[in-house]
Write a protein that binds this ligand. Structure first.
Ligand SMILES: NC(=O)c1ccc[n+]([C@@H]2O[C@H](COP(=O)([O-])OP(=O)(O)OC[C@H]3O[C@@H](n4cnc5c(N)ncnc54)[C@H](OP(=O)(O)O)[C@@H]3O)[C@@H](O)[C@H]2O)c1
Length: 242
């Protein structure tokens, strides 16, 4: 079960956090995994040192030329995990145009561009798996994460719209929506014990999750066993969105 031998996977934003754990697990199940990040090739290489059968692919998803170059390196992938995102915390009317564009372009537009690019090869093979990473913020109204939430909700809508169009080609597309997960992104916030306690009091399971809580569901969606799941979403949030 969940054997990905002979599959290739591209995981965006896989240098750390949730993306890293997804990449690690897909590789453990036999896939060759491309590890993407934007900061530097060195950072991608560092992650690859911990994941056998992986290859670094540095590309800033805000730059379309970088996406084209990434495709030249990876060629057609069987599995596409769209995990990279940018999140700015501000009051709803304080975002600059640049901050608006960066969140929209990284979290939404790049997903569209990558799906368009990689779906062609998947169609030709008659097999493909696409997983977008959403957020509990699709459901909760956080006063400082409004734009981020909008990008994630739109990305989810994209998966629902594309699912019936891709299904006839053997391609599934699904969204996974994490709740509060301990990653480098929120390390500083979670180091404040009062903040952490307050957050945990809102999570029915009572604790903040870890990347290892997210990756197995992504593996299911990327496997042959997940072939009948498309246009769906798995919320993994300890009940936070309820
Ligand atoms: N952590 C949570 O509590 C939580 C909750 C809900 C949803 N999520 C979602 O889960 C996903 C992973 O979150 P995380 O907490 O693991 O994030 P993270 O620790 O901030 O890591 C983000 C990753 O995205 C990459 N990235 C950022 N901008 C990029 C760009 N322009 N081009 C390419 N890569 C880029 C980073 O690469 P470099 O650093 O190498 O540049 C890094 O690998 C995100 O989609 C996030 O929205 C997280």
């Amino acid at each position: 079960m969940f054997d990905l031998t002979s599959k290739t996977a591209l995981v965006t934003g896989a240098t750390q956090g949730i993306g890293f754990e997804i990449a690690r697990l897909l590789a453990e199940r036999g896939a060759k995994v491309f590890i993407n990040g934007a900061t530097s090739l060195e950072k991608c290489e560092e992650a690859c040192k911990k994941i056998p059968n992986s290859e670094p692919v540095s590309a800033n998803l805000l730059i379309e030329e970088d996406i084209d170059k990434m495709y030249e390196q990876t060629k057609d992938a069987d599995i596409l995990v769209l995990n990279a995102s940018v999140q700015y915390k501000k009051e709803w009317n304080e975002f600059t145009d640049e901050e608006y564009d960066i969140q929209m372009n990284c979290n939404l537009k790049s997903s569209y561009l990558l799906i368009k690019k990689y779906a062609e090869g998947m169609k030709a093979k008659g097999w493909g798996r696409i997983v977008t990473i959403g957020s509990v913020n699709q459901y909760n109204q956080h006063p400082q994460l409004s734009l981020y939430a909008i990008t994630k909700a739109a990305q989810k809508k994209m998966t629902e719209n594309f699912a019936p169009l891709l299904a006839p080609y053997g391609i599934t597309i699904n969204n996974v929506a994490p709740g509060a997960i301990a990653t480098p992104r929120n390390e500083e916030a979670l180091s404040d014990s009062d903040f952490k306690k307050l957050l945990e009091s809102k999570i029915p399971c009572g604790y903040v999750g870890e990347p290892k809580d997210i990756a197995p569901s992504v593996l299911l969606l990327c496997s042959d066993e997940g072939r009948y799941i498309t246009g769906a979403e798995i919320k993994i949030d300890g009940g936070l969105s309820l």
